[in-house]
Design a binder for this molecule. Structure first.
Ligand SMILES: NC(=O)c1ccc[n+]([C@@H]2O[C@H](COP(=O)([O-])OP(=O)(O)OC[C@H]3O[C@@H](n4cnc5c(N)ncnc54)[C@H](O)[C@@H]3O)[C@@H](O)[C@H]2O)c1
Length: 432
């Protein structure tokens, strides 16, 4: 099958699509592909997740059970059986790319590549979506696909398209966020672009896979560095007795040359604590240089939970209370507002530090009523006047919409607000 034929199959929606990895990124892509008319196999290594999907129970906040059930009736087949990959025309890989001992762990991409290669025909198209350092698609994935399939690299199409999903964002989703697309060859780019053009309003073709890989890391490093900047500023501003929150709001009135970032208890999720380190690793590995901005941002952001711990300790001290034995209610376990994702969440680090100092730590998060980790599940409490009032100090770590600031101000005896949620309300306590 040549590129024109591959594009034709995409355009008339007879192309068989597989999405490898049905997580926060892969599941929404699969749902959208079904919605526009493709038959889609959601290939997922976790049997537990496949069972949940088959039962119409979504574990991804942005996908409702109704949407999943509609997809199951409309051409979506979740499976953990590699036989489901047979005869695919387009494959999207959205598997984890974690750090292991501080280094990029690309083993999930390697596995996915080998699984796909075993079922790959000439003319198939493989698109990597996992976040990774520049060079991964053509230097790692391409050779794996060719070696394991026995096909020459010109017999299949290969590309990279970064995911820009922002879990919980009510305005910008997969469809209306421009999608950067790339190919290992101009014809590969044509096929990748044709596929995503069916799924999103606007594609943004770039010159190479490495360029597209860098786009994602640039976006996330930009956020990471700017959050570190305001975090460090917040700590200094307090010592200088200046209200950093009001200064940030005032600066944000500038209509050009400024972008608003706000301080917080640290960074979390699957992107910011990890992705910049992929770029730093690549720079070190290939050029021998230290990516100083990334190192500095890591240092500042990773220490924010310590800073929160120290501020809480000092606040309790002023009340003539020791942190040891005090009841601390943490509002928000997710890594950011309106999401149920608590991977790498700074709240967990704050809790660990306070627990280590002897505090009786409880969590409240309406987006995460039930967590799998037992030690956390035991300490989950409802967002109630009783819990707020019973705490020696309430720490606002996430500005979930359910956390009514007036309610917190009314019932909590002492508040440490790391998100400026209680702005404009009378309360006893302090801002970050
Ligand atoms: N979550 C986000 O907001 C976000 C945003 C942009 C990019 N990304 C990137 O997208 C990638 C995926 O992230 P995610 O948040 O969807 O992760 P996730 O952990 O939610 O989902 C990944 C899924 O892939 C499955 N999996 C792992 N290896 C597999 C294999 N060989 N075959 C089939 N399934 C396999 C896992 O079981 C898991 O369900 C990562 O590289 C991440 O950095 C994430």
């Amino acid at each position: 099958m040549n590129a024109d034929e591959a594009i034709q199959k995409i355009n008339d929606r007879t192309a068989k699509v597989v999405v490898v990895g049905q997580g926060y990124v892969g599941l929404p892509v699969a749902m959208r592909a079904v919605e526009v008319g493709f038959c889609v196999v959601g290939f997922e290594a976790s049997v537990e997740r496949v069972e949940s999907l088959l039962a119409g129970e979504s574990y991804v906040g942005d996908i409702s059970d109704d949407e999943l059930t509609r997809a199951l009736h409309g051409g979506y087949t979740p499976t953990a059986d590699p036989a489901g990959l047979e005869g695919f025309d387009v494959a999207v890989i959205s598997v984890p790319t974690p750090l292991r001992d501080g280094l990029p762990d690309l083993s999930y991409i390697e596995h996915a590549g080998r699984d796909l290669a075993a079922h790959m025909r000439p003319g198939a198209c493989v698109i990597l979506e996992s976040t990774t350092y520049p060079g991964t698609t053509t230097e790692l994935l391409g050779p794996i696909l060719a070696d394991a399939s026995g096909l020459a690299e010109h017999e299949f199409f290969l590309g990279y398209s970064p995911e820009r999903i922002d879990p919980g964002n009510p305005t910008h989703g997969l469809v209306n966020t421009p999608k950067v697309v790339s190919g290992s060859t101009p014809t590969g780019l044509g096929v990748v672009d044709a596929f995503f053009a069916m799924l999103v309003d606007q594609t943004v073709p770039v010159g190479s896979c490495a360029e597209a890989e860098l786009v994602k890391l640039l976006e996330n490093t930009f956020r990471h560095v700017n959050i570190a900047l305001v975090n460090e500023l917040a700590m200094f501003a307090r010592d200088l007795d200046v209200d950093v929150w009001r200064a940030i709001d005032a600066a944000a009135t500038k209509p050009f040359g400024y972008m608003k970032f706000t301080p917080g208890p640290g960074v979390g999720g699957h992107c910011l604590p990890i992705d910049p380190s992929y770029l730093a690793w690549r720079v070190k590995q290939h050029l021998g240089h230290t990516f100083r901005f990334v190192e500095l941002a890591n240092d500042v952001n990773e220490h924010m939970p310590d800073y929160v711990h120290d501020r809480v300790t000092a606040m309790l001290n002023r009340e003539r209370k020791a942190v040891n034995g005090s009841r601390v209610l943490l509002l928000g376990l997710a890594y950011k507002k309106a999401t149920s994702d608590w991977r790498e969440s700074p709240s967990v680090h704050v809790a660990a530090r306070l627990s280590a100092s002897g505090a009786d730590v409880r969590f409240c998060d309406p987006h995460i009523p039930d967590v799998n980790a037992l030690h956390l599940a035991d300490s989950m409490v409802p967002f109630s006047p009783e819990e707020l009032a019973a705490a020696d100090v309430v720490v606002v770590l996430v500005d979930h919409p359910e956390f009514d600031p007036a309610f917190i101000a009314e019932h909590a005896a002492l508040v440490f607000d790391t998100k400026n949620l209680l702005a404009g309300h009378e309360f006893t306590g302090e801002l970050l």
